[in-house]
Design a protein around this ligand. Structure first.
Ligand code: 3BY
Ligand code: FES
Length: 380
């Protein structure tokens, strides 16, 4: 927790989860609890959810709207920027309210995604990746989206198992719903295609070429940029084709919401996917966005929060059906949660010995490398 979550920029939420001034969400990373509150200028304050009086949790709901933040124990009252503005029966001039503001964490918003950093001095390398990733993300205009649905799964596994599982599709035979649209050949390359996926691979190659032609026409970036183990803010970004109609994560690959996001010119834009170390991944489509965050609870449990965003003017029941919109990834997440729990159980056995990674698991290795390097630096 100290070496990774205490030192790096962490994904927390998207701006759609706190659209108006005063809107807040609370997020926990192990023992840390943070309040993210939207301020009047469109920024997001990140405050430690720990009362400066006797330490009570100040906000206990996962989300809501508030003017000031009032601790439920003795009513110490804080402004949305954390300043202490009221404490009853304070001991006269000896008590300086300015010394008891809620502690702040660093926060920043990148293309509508809210990140926090618990370190005193946040690593600067995050700045370096922003110009690279923003051109992929900005066309989806997350500031003009709303939350259609949020799913929390308490996974019975260490957060690293959650991330490892996300970084490969070697297990994608276990995702029948996802395999309709997300090519299960993801992570494979020519010469590594198992016989049962050869037909899918050919379709994948054709779809990829068509998508790239379309992106060239619209000026959308699609190239895979993979810096998963080289920088402090390790990432992978790309725009990749989807199977079938190539529009969205449905059985046929057709759109799941009738409203395009932002000013996107076409539904057939595949998925713009961002994988970020240490705790998040994102799929941005023409009709909706899905954000995924892993919040460690303890060494054996992780909360995985998945949020589906649609255009803010899309109407449920008219432009999208909630069950259909969320079906593929709800199922996929449950299947993944099961894989993670199985690994936690198996790897906890004294008989466990690490086996080799296969070629299509190279991104798991990159995650491990990233983790090992960061931990070595931290321990040094
Ligand atoms: O969601 C992801 O990004 C990864 C890649 C493909 C499957 N998987 C769960
Ligand atoms: Fe918050 Fe006392 S612990 S007011």
């Amino acid at each position: 927790m100290e070496g990774i979550f205490g030192n790096h920029w962490l994904f927390a939420a998207s701006v759609a989860e706190l659209p108006e001034p005063g809107d807040y969400v609370t997020v926990d990373y192990g023992p840390h609890s943070l309040i993210l509150v939207r301020d009047d200028n469109g920024g997001v304050n990140a405050l430690h959810n720990v009362c400066r009086h006797r330490g009570a949790r100040v906000l206990t709901e996962q989300s809501g709207t508030t003017g000031n933040l009032v601790c439920g124990y003795h009513s110490w009252t804080y402004a949305p920027d954390g300043t202490l503005i009221h404490a009853a029966s304070a001991p006269g001039e000896k008590f300086d309210k300015d010394c008891f503001a809620l502690k702040r964490a660093h926060s920043r918003v990148v293309a509508g995604l809210v990140f926090i950093c618990l370190a005193t001095e946040p690593p600067e390398d995050f700045d370096a990746i922003i110009p690279t990733i923003e051109p992929y993300l900005l066309p989806h205009e997350l500031n003009k989206t709303k939350v259609a649905y949020q799913q929390d799964i308490l996974e019975e596994g260490n957060w690293k198992l959650v991330m490892e599982n996300n970084r490969e599709c070697y297990h994608c035979d276990g995702h029948p719903e996802l395999a309709c649209s997300l090519f299960p050949t993801w992570g494979l390359s020519d010469g590594l295609i198992p016989p049962h996926l050869e037909e899918v691979w050919d379709r994948n190659q054709t779809a990829e070429q068509e998508l790239q032609d379309r992106c060239d026409r619209y000026g959308l970036p699609y190239r895979v940029i993979e810096e998963l183990n080289t920088r402090i803010a390790g990432f992978r970004i790309s725009r990749e084709s989807l199977d079938g109609h190539g529009e969205s994560f449905s059985e046929s690959g057709r759109r799941l919401s009738k409203k395009l996001l932002g000013d996107l010119p076409d539904f057939r834009l595949g998925r713009c996917s961002l994988h970020l170390q240490p705790n998040s991944w994102f799929h941005m489509l023409s009709d909706h966005v899905i954000t995924f965050a892993a919040f460690p609870i303890n060494e054996r449990q992780t909360l995985v929060r998945t949020t589906w965003l649609v255009a803010d003017d899309a109407v449920e029941g008219v432009d999208y059906d909630l069950d259909t919109l969320t079906h593929t990834w709800k199922q996929t997440n449950l299947q993944d949660a099961n894989f993670v729990a199985l690994c936690q159980k198996g790897a906890s056995s004294p008989a466990y010995e690490q086996g080799p990674y296969m070629k299509s698991e190279y991104q798991v290795e990159m995650f491990i490398d990233w983790y090992r390097q960061r931990m070595q630096e931290h321990l040094a």
